[in-house]
Design a protein around this ligand. Structure first.
Ligand code: NAD
Length: 490
């Protein structure tokens, strides 16, 4: 694999940060430095926004034939596929994800997103209103402007593609800030965009912490819209910053997904589904199924099966294709997960499965952990741990299951397990979440929008119609066919 780019990508050029400072990007499995990447200070942020502004106001990108725009997105998708191994190894080394997941999910999913949105530009259409006989009113959807896209570290490449593909398809320019924890795959995408020939300033990638780089970016007056994925506490700061210049905002935030298992559910499917739901990517997933709601008659049996199966999972070196569980993405996050486990114990939840917890920050391996006897008011049932920690709660009847599931500030996703279709749909209609799965599934699809209820977000990510709504501006053009003078001043 060739060396990772380690500079900022601004206005089509690779540059160092103005203060010459760098940030050590780590491998959380070993505690070793992978690369020293340039930090963007406020001055660099300003340069990136101005470059994107110029590219939008004066450059060819928003004015290109829509088919040409789509073709470039398609080429980017193909280049990502060609470098599957490099991207997979990069994110595996950078955030401790098992290589089988980065190869099998993260990279193909990112390429799919660019490929899928390559088909959107020439489908963006306006409307025509013909309510008056002597008047034609047209509504155009036009590229919106300069978008600030800020993403987290849990799926570095996929999160980036979820933002960039729709933004670019709609003809906007972008300043992307990946997480300071995981900038490497974003910089690789910038390299590929350069090879494809995206015009200068259309894609800018700046790197640095939220405070140093993110804050000047979201407060910049040259930005038209902020699109953010991350914690809801950070989302609140986005809303504050959006007031400056009345920017648009789209927020994709945290979750606390309940999995409601009904007694008629196919038990072996439930076991696999629940385990995948919470332990895939070591629970560092916004839709992680962190709350298992099981009927009290089925509780002992289901818990026993889940514990037995989780014990058979292999955790270890993320680059080993035979392991299913890697490590947490960074030492700060390891400390957060540990803290939540301690709080759960102190509040009376019963730990029925865990393993050796690391005592140093040199590697971030955290074992799958299961708490039984969890009650809805406990912290572990309410706050997002974003780690491999499953809370098991029991219910007595359907109404109580729904009540417990909804008794939470988040509403990103919910899972239902039942072979009674009427019951499953009845419950789905009552749950307060933007995405509901019934008997499994739920993988990200480029054409299906993601909404968050409650603290889980504002606006929609993905979905073609929703994308056009989020990333284009609407303009009405009213054309009078009348030859008569306006009667009013007479
Ligand atoms: P985070 O909010 O700490 O950081 C996310 C990004 O925001 C990073 O790039 C960070 O540098 C930046 N940032 C932080 N403070 C900022 C500020 N003041 N101004 C500008 N930028 C700032 O989140 P995280 O810990 O990186 O990611 C985990 C969170 O992301 C979880 O809550 C998870 O649920 C959420 N997430 C949500 C979705 C979704 O689709 N809803 C998907 C993935 C992750």
């Amino acid at each position: 694999m060739k060396a990772w780019p380690n500079q900022l990508f601004i206005d089509g050029k690779w540059v160092d940060g103005s203060a010459g400072r760098t940030w050590d990007v780590m491998n959380p499995a070993t505690g070793k430095v992978l690369a020293a990447v340039a930090i963007a200070e406020a001055e660099d942020v300003d340069r990136a926004v101005l470059a994107a502004r110029r590219a939008f106001d004066e450059g060819p990108w928003p004015r290109l034939d829509a088919l040409v725009r789509g073709r470039m997105l398609y080429q980017l998708a193909q280049k990502i596929r060609e470098r599957l191994d490099d991207f997979a190894m990069t994110d595996t080394l950078n955030v401790g994800k098992p290589i089988r997941d980065t190869r099998g999910f993260d990279v193909p999913c990112a390429a799919d997103l660019f490929e899928s949105y390559a088909g959107l530009p020439d489908k963006i259409a306006g409307k025509c209103y013909g309510t008056l006989p002597d008047n034609v009113t047209m509504q155009f959807r036009e590229p919106m402007g300069v978008i600030a896209a800020i993403v987290p570290w849990n799926f570095p490449l996929t999160n980036l593609a979820i933002k960039l593909a729709p933004i670019l398809a709609c003809g906007n320019t972008v300043v992307l800030k990946p997480s300071e924890v995981s900038p490497l795959s974003a910089l690789m995408v910038a390299e590929l965009a350069q090879e494809v020939g995206f015009p200068e300033g259309v894609i800018n990638v700046i790197h640095g912490t939220g405070a140093e780089t993110g804050t000047p970016l979201i407060r910049h007056r040259g930005i038209d819209k902020i699109t953010f994925t991350g914690r809801h506490q950070t989302g609140v700061q986005m809303l504050e910053a959006a007031k400056i210049g009345m920017k648009g905002v789209m927020l994709e935030l945290g979750g606390k997904t309940p999995s409601l298992v009904f007694p008629d559910a196919p038990i072996e499917n439930v076991v696999n589904g629940v385990i995948t739901g919470i332990f895939f990517n070591l629970g560092q997933v916004c839709v992680a199924g962190s709350r298992l709601l099981v009927h009290e008659s089925q509780h002992a049996d289901l818990l026993e099966r889940i514990v037995a199966k989780v014990k058979s999972l292999r955790q270890g070196d993320p680059t080993d294709p035979n392991i299913q569980l890697g490590c947490l993405a960074n030492p700060q996050h390891l400390a957060t997960v540990k803290r939540y486990v301690d709080v759960a114990k102190s509040e009376g939840a019963r730990c029925v499965l865990t393993g050796p917890v690391p005592t140093t920050t040199e590697n971030c391996f955290f074992p799958p952990t299961i708490f039984d006897g969890v009650k809805a008011p406990m912290t572990i049932a309410r706050e997002e741990v974003f780690g491999p920690v499953l809370s098991v709660l029991t219910y007595r009847d359907e109404a109580e299951a729904v009540r417990i599931a909804n008794d939470c500030d988040f509403g990103l996703m919910a899972n239902i397990w039942s072979t009674d279709g009427t019951r499953a749909l009845r419950v789905a209609r009552q749950l307060k979440a933007g995405r509901i799965t019934i008997n499994g599934g739920g993988a990200l699809r480029p054409n299906v929008p993601v909404f968050g209820y409650k603290l889980s977000g504002i606006g929609a990510e993905l979905g073609y119609e929703e994308t056009v709504h989020e990333y284009t501006s609407s303009k009405a053009v009213i054309y009078s066919l009348s030859t008569e003078k306006s009667p009013w001043p007479e």
